[in-house]
Design a protein around this ligand. Structure first.
Ligand code: DGT
Ligand code: CA
Ligand code: CA
Ligand code: ZN
Length: 575
């Protein structure tokens, strides 16, 4: 049993307890589930080394939860959980992703209408049964319907942040075979799209049979969809399909190009070839006489077509081909270019680690500075800071910096805030508190459904505050879970330029907010960006590359991203 599975069970227990109106405990289960999900070490290893005592040392795990984890690890089952499940056999996972449907509503839907899962819910909505329930009404029914429709739009797609590590791990295991000469992940993953339909892997090999054999017997595989000499497809436990193709060495570049896509990028390239009387396909580029003139590498392919090399993140047929023809492609920000992280949370609010632990983790990820930006008081759930506690935190940051310097650590910790934007656009902390900080981020965590004009005015009001340097996760979307709030994004971007407010690219895998097309609008409007991890645990610094990928997809250069700059220059650029 792995950490993800244990976290899921603990989270469900929390949901059951919340259904029954038990105080405090649900939140404790939720927190511990989050912490375990982000742990980085398998609980079974911790338990094997130090037993029950070692489990109790895991952050958030008390005696009673430690015993439950022990039972799960030892027997693969948990009697307490099974008891809850028997009383109310609800399939929580099928409700996942439905915004606004909490445990209390789920309980009521089960008790009154026998709804156990998403399919039952869809039927009840269609039959107009929800509106007749006491405490629900027509408006709730419409909201549930909208949530169902919103989440089904994405069904069958997966988060980049879930699939990239999985595909890298599969790639590494296949690469161990001596029969594999070369292996690469293509498709939307190589383009770093925010959601992935399926995984496309290319291999060069003289002995495809061995490669296919290992591929279909990977431990994640639950079903073999097709198995052949040059192409196989499997379904993994997580539900995603993986295609593996073996291609000949001489057409590796052409195959990589073809299977990287996007489809519309490919179509445009092919049209260019056809205009010259040539032919382009996954085997190569062929001239009028049918002679192969390119195909071994992608570089030679683009060159033969009269184009500069186009980075995979740009291959969306969104102007990149014209730019490559005229030498106007931007030099994109690189995956190693970030020097700092301007949004991180600690155990002063809803993070799992101390300021010092976060600083050390950031240093290990190669960063030179981080800003501590804990939530502010309106977010009571997260124990947001008021002006007094923020000042105390400032002292702690000073002392951590002294300690780090003594130890010879190169990382510098800056003072900041993720200040809540209130309904009227004013801020949750007074200017006197904010003006003492190095970097102030402001963000919306409430009143998501204001009309566009009101929401836009609210955000603009916050941006016009001279203390507000950055807008964090500017559109508030959660990929596949929550639509962005209604904003006039063009108006916001032009106001950002006017007020010199930085727009964030939040790298958390289910946020990636701003999204690529808005990043591109910022770059065009000369609005600066910050790529932040929004880390709530040390492990989350690993998310930064997802933000960089998103920025690259938005055509951003190093000069557009303030935390790719040295500390002094970054600070000087703020309002
Ligand atoms: P996904 O899987 O939905 O996230 O997106 P992709 O881009 O990975 O799409 P996929 O897996 O269907 O195909 C992989 C690549 O293969 C795609 O990016 C371009 C290429 N491809 C697939 N079908 C066609 C096609 O009909 N025409 C052309 N030109 N290319 C295709
Ligand atoms: Ca794909
Ligand atoms: Ca595919
Ligand atoms: Zn936030």
């Amino acid at each position: 049993m792995d950490n993800q599975e244990i976290a899921r069970i603990l989270r469900e227990i929390g949901e059951y307890l919340e259904m029954d109106g038990v105080p405090f405990k649900p939140r404790a289960y939720e927190k511990v589930a989050d912490a375990i999900g982000d742990l980085g070490t398998e609980l079974r290893d911790i338990y094997a080394r130090g037993g029950l005592e070692a489990l109790e040392k895991v952050p958030g795990v008390g005696v009673s939860i430690a015993e439950k984890i022990e039972e799960l690890l030892k027997t693969g089952r948990l009697k307490y959980y099974e008891g809850l499940k028997k009383k109310m056999p609800i399939d929580f996972s099928s409700f996942a992703g439905l915004e606004g449907l909490g445990p209390k509503s789920i309980k009521k839907l089960y008790k009154e209408l026998g709804i156990r899962n998403r399919i039952d819910l869809e039927k009840a909505v269609k039959a107009g049964k929800i509106r007749r329930l006491e405490g629900f009404g027509k408006k709730s029914e419409e909201k549930i319907l909208a949530a169902l429709e919103f989440s089904s739009k994405f069904s069958g797609r997966f988060l980049l942040g879930d699939i990239l590590p999985l595909s890298e791990s599969i790639k590494e295991r296949l690469a161990e075979l001596k029969e594999v000469k070369r292996i690469v992940v293509a498709g939307s993953l190589r383009r770093r799209k925010e959601t992935i339909g399926d995984v496309d892997i290319l291999v060069i090999s003289d002995k495809p049979k061995t490669v296919m054999g290992k591929f279909v017997s990977l431990k994640e595989v639950v079903r073999v969809l097709a198995k052949g000499e040059t192409k196989s497809s499997v379904k993994l436990k997580t539900g995603i399909d993986v295609d593996l193709r073996v291609v000949p060495e001489e057409s590796y570049g052409a195959a990589l190009n073809y299977f990287t896509g996007s489809k519309s990028h490919n179509v445009s390239l092919r049209e260019m070839a056809v205009k010259k009387g040539w032919k382009l396909n996954e085997y190569g580029l062929f001239n009028t006489k049918g002679k192969r003139i390119a195909g071994k590498t992608e570089e030679e392919l683009y060159k033969a077509l009269g184009l500069r090399y186009i980075e995979p993140e740009l291959r969306e047929d969104a102007g990149e081909i014209v730019a490559a023809k005229s030498g106007k492609l931007p030099k994109l920000i690189g995956y190693g270019d970030l020097r700092g992280d301007l949004q991180t949370q600690t155990d002063w609010t809803d993070g799992t680690a101390s300021i010092e632990e976060m600083a050390l983790a950031a240093a290990k990820s190669g960063l030179e500075y981080i800003v501590i930006t804990d939530h502010t008081k309106r977010l009571a759930m997260a124990h947001g800071l008021d002006a007094k506690r923020l000042a105390e935190q400032g002292k702690e940051i000073d002392s951590v910096n002294r300690k780090l310097r003594k130890r010879g650590a190169k990382i510098k910790v800056l003072k900041g805030s993720e200040c809540d934007i209130l309904k009227d656009g004013t801020l949750d902390l007074p200017d006197s508190a904010l003006s003492k900080l190095d970097v102030v981020g402001a963000s919306i965590h409430s009143y998501f459904d204001l009309p566009t004009t009101e929401q836009t005015a609210r955000l603009k009001k916050a941006m016009s505050n001279p203390n507000v340097d950055i807008i964090f996760h500017p559109t508030g979307r959660l990929i596949q879970r929550r639509a962005p709030y209604d904003l006039d994004i063009k108006e916001i971007i032009s106001f950002a330029n006017k007020t010199k407010t930085v727009m964030e690219v939040d790298a958390f895998p289910d946020r990636l907010d701003l999204k690529d097309e808005y990043i591109r609008l910022c770059v065009e409007a000369k609005v600066k960006l910050a790529i932040d991890s929004d880390a709530h645990a040390p492990l989350h610094f690993d998310y930064l590359p997802y933000g960089i990928a998103q920025a690259r997809r938005g055509w951003a250069k190093k000069a557009d991203v303030i935390n790719a700059w040295p500390l002094e220059k970054m600070l000087k650029s703020l309002k």
